[in-house]
Design a protein around this ligand. Structure first.
Ligand code: 5RP
Length: 245
């Protein structure tokens, strides 16, 4: 009998989540390798970036690098400290050499949907301040049309939630207020605001028009469409290779 690997005996769902995890780690390791001594780096949020923080922390210790990071969420701030990454802020370091972050969807034009973790407002500010914005994904995030897999998260003042939901409805979306689970109240962001997830049944026909519409809407802090921002996309694969686009 040929030797049986543990993964051969696992249900396919478990195998595919292991594959995704391997792909995320491959992208994260390649991203951490882009950091050079003396750089100030934007640190994104989410599980793929969490791996990048771990790899970066190891490099900083092993190579005695002088690197500082600007975190995009309280969770990332805590993780960066755990991995020994020195932190700064945009007050002290408004220009960043690089920002590293994950995404929920990326299309062929490097346009993104972000914010499944609810950190998109700070992530957008930090990415905007960086000379280079590198996005780390596994292959499930690649789409030919934005909005086909994930909703667009829209962060709102709580008192504006209903008018914004009505406006999204009129724009062809199905809006829902993000809650932790059915019993809980709204998810509250690091800014103390709420998130409305706007699902587009056939994807987003015109991301630029939707971007303008959302930015013009009173009560909206920001949303998860990142257009004309990403400079590089690193797609990790389950065989640990990385496609640098
Ligand atoms: C958080 C984000 C994340 O970067 C995005 O949701 C991807 O997360 P993950 O790497 O866990 O799939 O935008 O606001």
């Amino acid at each position: 009998c040929p030797p049986q690997h543990i993964s051969d005996t696992l249900p396919s769902l478990t195998r595919s989540s292991m594959d995704r995890d391997t792909a995320k780690q491959a992208a994260a390791e390649a991203a951490a390798q882009l950091v050079r001594d003396g750089m100030c780096v934007g640190l994104g949020s989410g599980s793929t970036t969490a791996y990048a923080l771990e790899f970066l922390g190891r490099r900083i210790q092993a190579e005695d690098l002088d690197v500082q990071g600007v975190p995009t969420s309280f969770a990332t701030e805590r993780r960066a400290r755990t991995h020994g990454i020195p932190l700064t802020s945009l007050d002290d370091t408004p220009s960043l050499d690089l920002a590293l972050d994950g995404a929920d969807e990326v299309d062929d034009a490097f346009r993104l949907i972000k914010g499944a973790g609810g950190a998109h407002a700070r992530e957008k500010v930090v990415a905007h301040q960086a000379d280079r914005f590198v996005v780390l994904v596994d292959p499930t995030k690649e789409v030919s049309r934005l909005g086909t897999q994930f909703p667009v998260p829209v962060e709102v003042l709580p008192m504006a939630a209903t008018p914004v939901m009505n406006a999204l409805d009129a724009a062809g979306a199905t809006p829902t207020l993000r809650t932790a689970d059915a019993k809980d109240g709204p998810v509250v962001t690091d800014q103390g605001l709420w998130i409305i997830d706007a699902r587009f049944p056939d994807g987003i026909e015109n991301p630029d028009a939707l971007n303008r519409r959302l930015c013009d809407r009173p009560g909206v802090l920001d949303h998860g469409l990142f257009l004309d921002m990403a400079t590089d996309v690193l797609v990790g694969r389950p065989d640990e290779s990385v496609d640098h686009r």
